[in-house]
Design a protein around this ligand. Structure first.
Ligand SMILES: *Cc1c(COP(=O)(O)O)cnc(C)c1O
Length: 465
């Protein structure tokens, strides 16, 4: 399998190079040169298989020639072994046509574990084959740091440093990061803001000699391997509800467009995906885009669903590539002018083509709370402020000819206890394996807001062999 860039000017690469590169040299994102397709029979045979076996079958064509079957099998099995539900991604019925797929039984209680647990192990495998090591440095305002740490802990070829602003992340978020005890994980509490953390990370990447000497890398949200890993749960949900013999819709609480793009990819690979609903919060750039055909940037405002507080959805570029008939130059021209003017529009016929598959819906914070309350009363289920947007959007937008729609529940309600309590009067409990989180020992270095000290720390704490 070869991969091409959405901007058409970077050379095509194999899976291992795409994994390590993240972004293409021309600034584009990688996509498979052509989509592997499963026959109806192959899809039917996925029904009832263990989750990791579905992942193995879905991912195999994407890594063909780079990762042998036996190695892929163990990567996949290990990635999902730490999930706390035996079904890994269980489905629950909400009403006649709506289902929820719970994607929050991983180590950090959010759906990013599905991609990152695979990503850490894929990195480790490819680096070991090449005899290389990398150092990952990242900044977090609280939410993504723990998923990255859980993904990279104990990986031989990787050292990971995560910076968070000292005293400015919630105690649960901090403890999810700092109670990980692993020789290759370093938590830094920086005496500064999240922006300071991000600036230092950028500065380290911009220092070419430092960057080369420690082999700096990132666990980027645009990495193709993350999307690839997520395609599997669309197939698992689809076959459980009657695919390939019945069309399925999906509703996805959307930020960077990675999750919903995986659903789109599943459709390109033969799953009968008949509708994709995009849920947004008050940061509704995507919903406005699907309503009007025009993408118009506005400032980001904080909401109850912070993982969807975005200005630009980086993975949207992958859909744009198809909407513009895979014309890399057109993608580049469109996105360059978007960066400059904050605007672009699709032609009416392309907009109509997008609407054959996609619909979008927004909820503000008050509506989000009201919907959490409503579904708690109706079903007894507590939905977190991200997941509930998927369910409410599905309920509002499901088309008459869609017999079943799966709403992606992307975070455990206990990750957002304040909003859930405000809405329902119930404080969701942390799952059993996290119940002792407040008793565990923390490992964290408090550091002055000083770039050169940070670089010294990275150089001295990085393992060398
Ligand atoms: C990251 C995240 C999202 C958004 O997913 P994208 O792939 O960026 O669209 C939604 N919900 C939760 C809980 C998340 O962590």
């Amino acid at each position: 399998m070869r991969y091409i860039s959405t901007r058409g000017r970077a050379e095509s690469l194999g899976f291992d190079d795409v994994l390590l590169a993240g972004l293409a040299r021309d600034g584009g994102l990688y996509l498979p040169e052509s989509w592997p397709e499963f026959s109806a029979k192959e899809i039917r045979e996925m029904a009832g298989l263990p989750y990791s076996e579905v992942v193995f079958r879905v991912v195999k064509p994407f890594v063909a020639g780079v990762i042998p079957d036996a190695a892929l099998k163990s990567i996949v099995e290990e990635s999902y072994a730490s999930f706390r539900h035996r079904a890994v991604a269980p489905l629950k019925q909400m009403n006649e046509r709506l289902w929820v797929m719970e994607l929050f039984h991983g180590p950090t209680l959010a759906f990013k574990d599905f991609a990152l647990q695979m990503l850490g192990r894929l990195f480790d495998y490819v680096l070991r084959e090449r005899g290389e090591r990398i150092t990952i440095v990242g900044a977090t305002s609280g939410d993504t740091g723990s998923a990255a740490i859980e993904a990279c802990r104990d990986r031989d070829q990787i050292d990971i440093f995560i910076l968070h602003p000292h005293g400015r992340v919630s105690e649960v978020q901090r403890r999810q990061m700092t109670t990980v005890k692993s020789a290759n994980v370093v938590n830094v509490a920086l005496e500064g803001t999240f922006d300071d953390c991000q600036d230092h990370v950028k500065a380290m990447f911009n220092d070419q000699s430092f960057r080369d000497s420690v082999k700096l890398s990132a666990v980027n949200s645009i990495n193709w391997a993350r999307i690839m890993s997520q395609i599997a749960y669309y197939f698992a949900a689809g076959v459980a509800l009657g695919a390939p013999d019945r069309p399925i819709g999906f509703s996805v609480p959307t930020g960077n467009f990675g999750n919903v793009f995986a659903g789109y990819a599943a459709g390109r690979m033969g799953l009968p995906v008949s509708q994709l609903v995009i849920g947004s919060n008050r940061n509704d750039i995507l919903t406005r885009f699907f309503e009007t055909g025009a993408m118009t940037m506005l400032p980001v405002e904080p909401s109850l669903s912070p993982s969807m507080d975005i200005q630009i959805s980086s993975n949207f570029e992958r859909l744009l590539f198809d909407l513009l008939d895979r014309d890399g130059a057109a993608v580049e021209a469109t996105l360059t002018s978007f960066r400059e003017t904050g605007n672009f529009a699709l032609s009416p016929d392309r907009h109509q083509r997008a609407l054959r598959l996609f619909d979008a819906f927004r909820l503000d914070d008050d509506q989000t709370l009201a919907e959490i309350r409503k579904y708690h009363q109706l079903t007894g289920e507590l939905l977190d402020p991200h997941s509930v947007i998927a369910v409410a959007a599905a309920d509002a937008m499901i088309r008459d000819d869609v017999p079943a729609m799966v709403c992606m529940a992307t975070a455990h309600p206990a990750k957002f206890p304040d909003a859930v309590h405000r809405a329902s009067g119930v404080t969701p409990e942390l799952p059993e394996h996290m119940a002792d989180l407040f008793d565990r020992e923390e490992h964290c270095t408090v550091m002055a807001n000083d770039l050169s000290k940070l670089k010294e720390l990275v150089l001295s704490r990085r393992r060398n062999s």
